[in-house]
Design a protein around this ligand. Structure first.
Ligand SMILES: Nc1ncnc2c1ncn2[C@@H]1O[C@H](COP(=O)(O)OP(=O)(O)OP(=O)(O)O)[C@@H](O)[C@H]1O
Length: 455
């Protein structure tokens, strides 16, 4: 953005033909620092100045914001409040209403900038809060204030206190029973502020640089998603050694456990409802450019109302990047051929996995159960092996399954289309059921009338 900005911003304070500064390294910063050395060495009266340049560090600060009247004076007084002296100021505004204000300052006694950044952020957030409360206390706008409304910013700025809203204080977590274990930790049921939650704790002995990358990737992705059919992040403890991810608790566990451990089964109507829930969650993820990469029934969880949600996304993506795929054991059965082969893949890889999961819902069986995961993988890639669709399957559903696991990803439907097809089948099945119920009711009434001799 900064590079683009240099070519498109206009200089609003003119010093002849002043070139735009190189952001992050003002050309005059060095000159001023040299001046400071000179000044420091020459001024022998001051004890502070007895040490050369390091007694007077100079910094360059750039504010990027939407342009508004009095911005420059607000920024200069903000800098003064932090105790900084402005040596130079450059203000630039773009034709589409943005402003860059560059200041060269001294008065900050340290070389390092982290503290300075924090002090400035705090001051900016105080300033925003002040503006916010001023706006709140101003009287409501009447019709005659229309012109004022037009000068409002394009979006309302929400004040922040600078803290990470997703960070959870581990002391507020109460652990109850252990629910299960995954590849990188244990999962507990617990509470956070009286709310039932799932707490995924990373095994401290397994924490290494790679693991930290995966952890941060999962939290990074989970922070972005908010959908009824995606397991909701509540927060994370990001301070080693106690690293954990806290999500909503899914009391009915995974579809995998329901089908294969509890020997549960879905009738067609509930199967379609589950498939629609999954498709809605996946459609949302894909519309937000997130590829799950590890979609399987073990990662599809049910809450107390039997709503199905997609879980555990983000980790598989990191696994793929870090090349851990060969050590993997259980996931091949759901994996698209292009993923098994480490070829480039896109969202359609999730569609393939969805097709396999849908078949599993339909049959209650584990895909290619007579084979090892590796045999299944070789079969899928080399022999185009696919699960056998039962003969009595609804024809539209059978066609959908077959399209989802096509070898060529471009021939697979996307989740918008899948959703439409599933809804159509559900409507049709429900209408047929309704029709049959009415017919049964009618024939039941005729039969009892006949029996009573009213015929
Ligand atoms: N939010 C949740 N609520 C309830 N149970 C959950 C939740 N998330 C996961 N589980 C259950 O906890 C167990 C462990 O899950 P976890 O996600 O840690 O590992 P996994 O998915 O089994 O394996 P991996 O992470 O290696 O893919 C699984 O049985 C899963 O069904």
């Amino acid at each position: 953005m900064m590079e683009d900005a240099q070519s498109s911003f206009n200089c609003s304070i003119k010093h002849g033909n002043h070139p735009p500064p190189t952001f992050g390294s003002s050309p005059s910063l060095e000159a001023r620092a040299l001046q400071a050395i000179k000044y420091g060495v020459e001024d022998r009266d001051s004890a502070l100045n007895a040490t050369p340049c390091f007694s007077r560090p100079m910094h360059e600060i750039t504010f990027a914001t939407t342009d508004k009247p009095k911005l420059l004076s607000q920024l200069t007084s903000l800098l003064a409040d932090v105790g900084l002296n402005i040596q130079e100021a450059h203000a630039f505004s773009s034709v589409d209403g943005f402003s860059l204000d560059v200041f060269v300052i001294d008065g900050w006694p340290f070389e390092e900038t982290e503290e300075l950044k924090r002090a400035l952020e705090k001051e900016v957030s105080n300033f925003k809060e002040q503006c916010w409360s001023e706006k709140q206390s101003s009287p409501a706008l009447g019709k005659h204030d229309q012109n004022r409304v037009e000068s409002f910013p394009s979006c309302v700025e929400i004040p922040t206190d600078g803290t990470d809203v997703w960070e959870i204080d581990a002391r507020q977590l109460k652990f109850e029973n252990k629910v299960g274990s995954g590849s990188y930790g244990d999962l507990y049921r617990g509470t956070y502020c009286s709310q039932e939650v799932a707490i995924k704790v990373l095994k401290p002995e397994r924490i290494n640089e790679e693991m930290l990358k995966e952890f941060s990737q999962e939290v990074y992705i989970m922070r972005k998603v908010r959908h009824k059919n995606v397991v909701q992040l509540i927060g994370a403890c990001t301070k080693p050694p106690k690293l954990c991810i806290v999500t909503e608790f899914m009391s009915r566990g995974s579809i995998y456990d329901f089908l294969h451990k509890q020997r549960g089964a879905f009738n067609l109507i509930s199967l379609l409802k589950v498939a629609i829930d999954i498709s809605r969650g996946m459609n949302y993820l894909h519309q937000n450019n997130i590829i799950h990469r590890d979609l399987k029934t073990a990662n599809l969880l049910m809450d107390e109302n039997m709503v199905v949600k997609v879980a555990d996304f983000g980790v598989a993506r990191v696994q793929a990047q870090s090349g851990v795929m060969t050590a993997e054991t259980g996931t091949y059965r759901w994996m698209a051929p292009e993923v098994i082969e480490h070829k480039p893949y896109d969202q359609k890889a999730d569609v393939f996995s969805f097709g396999i999961a849908l078949w599993e819902l339909l049959t209650g069986e584990i895909p290619y159960s007579s084979m090892t995961p590796l045999q299944a993988a070789v079969g899928v890639v080399q022999k185009r092996l696919r699960p056998v669709i039962p003969k009595n399957t609804h024809p539209v559903l059978a066609e959908l399954l077959e399209r989802c696991w096509r070898q060529d990803p471009t021939e697979r439907p996307n989740f918008t289309e899948i959703l439409e097809i599933l809804k159509q089948i559900a409507d049709q099945v429900e209408n047929n059921g309704e029709h049959r119920r009415k017919k049964d009711k009618l024939s039941g009434a005729v039969f009892s009338a006949f029996k009573k001799g009213y015929h």
